[in-house]
Write a protein that binds this ligand. Structure first.
Ligand code: NAD
Length: 299
């Protein structure tokens, strides 16, 4: 099986490397020369263009920042040809970017018109999961297409869920990330309140982790520096999942909520709080830095 992998960023680079290590024949591409050089040095075959990477590919995987990039790549934009014109009929496209479900459906429809199958397969698990090959894939699309994709996804992830038809993976992803964004702010508030009252954040974290406030943030991703050595909070909020990416996902959740007339008051408030945090200059920091909004700078 020949695989084209497009988008060698924080997530895509390590995911492509896991496929390479599993023995797949790969051709990778990224618009960033720096990213191409980095992975070329690690032994990943790099194509001269996205179109070249998909020549003869049975599976095309994309891991791009947002809807505009995915739509622009596959359907073409501003004089740039559509990549779908270079992909052979019968091939399978797996888009793992987090984008609007409506964009997934639009691209999948155009692909189907050319005899190309597509699934949306956004991921959870962060850069750590991408490196370790333990991502969770949330898949939207036909069962047969997921079955074709499964052996490839298994080399990059530990959990694969079929959420429903095309776009359903993206919907599941934004529901999850809306909850995560809210949980991070709530956990930050509780920790900041305890610390303002003189509590040791490690002790308070452990009490809440084992009590009814226990949640994934307290288990794996504590926002208070020094509580968890491996968490971005203990590394000046470097690496991890950027505030601006969380902001993007919360924006997608709100767009979707508007479209289906769902009530998501905490999701809307969380989006505004991450937006304010980003405007304050913290967009590139890990999203757990939102703690800064609710904690005294000196404490
Ligand atoms: P990133 O910005 O590090 O990487 C994206 C890469 O895509 C960049 O290297 C960029 O040059 C490349 N690119 C953009 N347009 C391109 C094009 N037309 N052709 C080729 N390359 C192109 O982003 P990331 O952190 O790897 O995230 C990728 C996606 O995964 C996003 O949708 C993000 O929301 C999602 N995601 C990220 C994380 C995380 O922890 N970083 C976790 C889960 C999901």
């Amino acid at each position: 099986m020949k695989i084209a992998f497009i988008g060698l960023g924080h997530m895509g680079g390590p995911m492509a490397m896991n496929l390479r290590k599993a023995g797949y024949t790969l051709k990778a591409f990224d618009l960033s020369e720096e990213a191409c050089k980095k992975y070329d040095a690690e032994g990943l075959p790099i194509a001269a263009s996205a179109a070249e990477s998909v020549t003869d590919a049975d599976v095309v995987i994309s891991m791009l920042p947002a809807s505009v990039h995915v739509e622009g790549l596959f359907l073409g934009s501003a004089g740039k040809p559509a990549l779908l014109d270079s992909i052979r009929a019968g091939a399978l496209v797996i888009d793992s970017s987090t984008i609007a479900a409506a964009t997934s459906r639009k691209v999948a429809e155009a692909a189907a018109a050319k005899g190309i199958a597509m699934i949306d397969a956004p991921v959870s698990g962060g850069t750590g999961g991408a490196i370790a090959g333990t991502l969770t894939f949330m898949v939207g699309g036909e069962t047969d297409d997921l079955d074709r994709a499964r052996p490839v996804l298994e080399k990059m992830g530990a959990n694969i869920f079929h959420a429903g038809g095309i776009g359903a993976g993206q919907t599941a992803k934004i529901c999850n990330n809306m909850l995560l964004g809210i949980l991070m702010i709530g956990t930050s508030e509780a920790l900041a309140l305890g610390v303002a009252n003189g509590l040791d954040p490690k002790v308070l974290s452990e009490i809440m982790r084992r009590s009814s406030g226990g949640n994934w943030v307290l288990e794996k991703y504590n926002p208070m520096p020094g509580v968890m050595e491996a968490a971005p909070a203990s590394k000046n909020y470097a690496g991890g999942f950027g505030t601006d990416l969380m902001l993007k996902d919360l924006g997608l959740a709100q767009e979707n909520a508007t479209a289906v007339r769902a009530a998501t008051p905490l999701g809307g408030l969380a989006r505004s709080l991450y937006a304010a945090h980003s405007l304050a200059g913290h967009g590139a920091l890990d999203f757990s830095s939102v703690l800064k909004l609710v904690q005294k700078a000196s404490s």
